[in-house]
Design a protein around this ligand. Sequence first.
Ligand code: PAN
Ligand code: ZN
Length: 187
Amino acid sequence: MKTHEIINPPNLFMHNLLIGDEVQKSRRRLGDLTGLFQDHQSFEVTSPDELVYEVYSYIPADEKSQGQLNFGVTRLYPGKIGREYFMTKGHFHHCEKSTEYYWGIEGEGLLVLMDQERHIRAEKMFPGSLHYIRAGIAHRVVNTGSTLLSFGACWPSDAGHNYDEIACNGFSARVLEISGIPQLISL
Ligand code: PAN
Ligand code: ZN
């Protein structure tokens, strides 16, 4: 009979947060999101220091290695610039074959998805919602609620993030509050 070692995994995922020395953190403040929102006048009169979202990532493998996965939690704060809700920058993946899972943890929002022909659709996010982001689809999350929206993500280590396409051409629709309701409006 052989006794095998039983190992403690890293307990990084505590209370729906990623915590620990191995976790990478990034913050996006309004000042980092110039040009993202439609209403430039409202943007100019809001403090550039206002925190829009934080990303906590566990990246165990080199970004060039295939078959590996990253894990992250994004915390997107409530707010609006004019009628447009706070949102993530959004991106395509550099590797066009890469897929990704998102899942809702806390709060409410919309996951906006756009293909390479700029066809757009959105899925509601809520605690327990599961979103399979298919290959070649740009993805952005919008907080349409009045509380923190937190969601998890799992993506291939070699996916890469292509922000340039969205920075140049944006998404083909925006989520705006119209008559008190979040609506996905084509431009
Ligand atoms: C997520 C996103 C995260 C922040 O981890 O990177 O929610 O959104 P932006 O990267 O668009 O600013 C993911 O989709 N990773 O691939
Ligand atoms: Zn992604």
